[in-house]
Structures are given as structure tokens and as C-alpha cells.
Design a protein around this ligand. Structure first.
Ligand SMILES: Nc1nc2c(ncn2[C@@H]2O[C@H](COP(=O)(O)OP(=O)(O)OP(=O)(O)O)[C@@H](O)[C@H]2O)c(=O)[nH]1
Ligand SMILES: [Mg+2]
Length: 198
């Protein structure tokens, strides 16, 4: 017993890092978000170059901190061929970040279609979904209420005045943000952090 105690103290048990899927249509800001999150995790920061992205063709993962927990953020890409692969990544997921370009209303229906598929995916039952409405700095961006309508997310929990509705089996919340000014990112991540196992 003593030996086991000693070994477990000397060799910290390595647990799998929480897996966070970062999903959304093409051009919605997923890769940009992961670069920002990785940079704001000083101990993990690897992306030191300018904040420039190219469309994601192949899935990759990036470490970042949620609270003090190191997570793996999976960036699978948002173009149609990439979206057909999303379901393959839905095992053992601790959280989903779903990015929607709030300045591109023409894509809202497609974004809703993809979000709805995630909502009925059994692997993701109960998994919290943080919806980021990105590009609020862009001239044509819609406000939070309009985005929630478009995505048919009809309730809010973040302001502590939750309107309880039936059939809410998972936490889901919308936060508007700008990757340029970084506005809104922190509050969204703070909301998500409460559901990520330490
Ligand atoms: N103005 C503005 N531009 C943004 C914002 N977020 C991302 N962008 C820009 O939008 C473009 C697409 O961003 P990405 O992060 O590559 O988008 P993505 O979701 O990873 O796209 P795919 O890899 O094609 O799925 C880039 O030129 C970003 O600089 C934002 O909040 N505001
Ligand atoms: Mg990308």
C-alpha cells in the first residue's frame, strides 16, 4: 500500500485531456479562435507568428487552457467535405464551441442545419455547447437576439435569470465576440469552464 501511495505521488497519473470540438461553417473564425486561446495560455503558447489563417483542409488539434485545465481543441474545418467528417470526432467530447459568422446572415440557415445535427448526435448528449457569434466588429453583423432567433436557441442561462424551458438536456449558450478586439471571448470561455471536469 505504501509503495502504491509513493508511486502515485511520484508519478502523477496522466489523465486524458478534455476534448473540445471547435466547429462551425467555413470562415466563421474557428482557427483564429484557437490561435488566440493558445496564445493566451502562456505555458502552452506555440503560435508566435502573425494572426493569419488559411482555410482548414485537414483536422488538427491545439492545446489551450480552460481555467487551469489543459484541453485539446479540435479544428476540423468548416467546408462541406470537412463537415461530413465532424461526426467521426464526436466521441469522448467534453465541450463543443460552435462558431457562427454573425456578419454573414446568408449562412445562418446552413449553420443552424449543422448545429441541429450536433444537437441530436447521441455521442454529444448532455455535452455543453458554447456558440460564439463572431465578427461583431464587422459592419453587417447582427445582434445576439437575432442570432439566437436564427439558430432557434430560445433561452439563456448566462445572466443568472434562466428561463427554464422543458427538454433542456444540455447547457447551450450564445456569446457574441470579435476575434479582432478579443471582446466577448473571455466571458464565453468562462461560461464553458464551469462544465469542464477538473
Ligand atoms: N473582422 C473579423 N474577422 C474575423 C473574426 N474572426 C475571424 N476573422 C477572419 O475571418 C477569416 C476566417 O477565419 P478562420 O479562423 O480561418 O475561419 P475558420 O472558421 O477556421 O474557416 P475554415 O478553416 O475554412 O473552416 C480570417 O480572415 C480571419 O482573420 C472576427 O471576429 N472579426
Ligand atoms: Mg480554419
Amino acid at each position: 500500500m505504501f509503495a502504491v501511495d509513493w508511486i502515485s505521488k511520484a508519478l502523477p497519473i496522466s489523465r486524458a485531456k478534455p476534448k473540445i470540438l471547435v466547429l462551425g461553417l467555413d470562415n466563421s473564425g474557428k482557427t483564429t479562435l484557437l490561435i488566440i486561446l493558445n496564445r493566451t495560455s502562456p505555458l502552452l503558447a506555440t503560435s508566435l507568428g502573425p494572426l493569419v489563417t488559411i482555410p482548414t483542409l485537414s483536422p488538427s488539434s491545439t492545446e489551450f487552457l480552460i481555467g487551469d485545465t489543459v484541453c485539446d481543441g479540435y479544428d476540423i474545418g468548416g467546408y462541406l467535405p470537412n463537415r461530413t467528417c465532424w461526426a467521426q470526432y464526436t466521441y469522448d467530447v467534453s465541450g463543443v464551441i460552435f462558431c457562427v459568422d454573425a456578419s454573414d446572415p446568408d449562412k445562418f440557415d446552413t449553420a443552424k442545419f449543422e448545429l441541429d445535427k450536433l444537437l441530436v448526435n447521441e455521442n454529444l448528449d448532455g455535452v455543453p455547447i458554447l456558440v460564439f457569434g463572431t465578427k461583431v466588429d464587422a459592419p453587417k453583423s447582427v445582434n445576439e437576439e437575432r442570432l439566437m432567433q436564427a439558430l432557434n436557441i430560445g433561452y439563456t442561462l448566462k445572466k443568472g435569470t434562466a428561463v427554464a424551458i422543458t427538454n433542456v438536456s444540455r447547457p447551450i449558450e450564445v456569446f457574441m465576440c470579435s476575434m479582432l478586439s478579443k471582446r466577448g471571448i473571455e466571458s464565453g470561455m468562462l461560461w464553458l469552464s464551469q462544465f469542464i471536469n477538473k
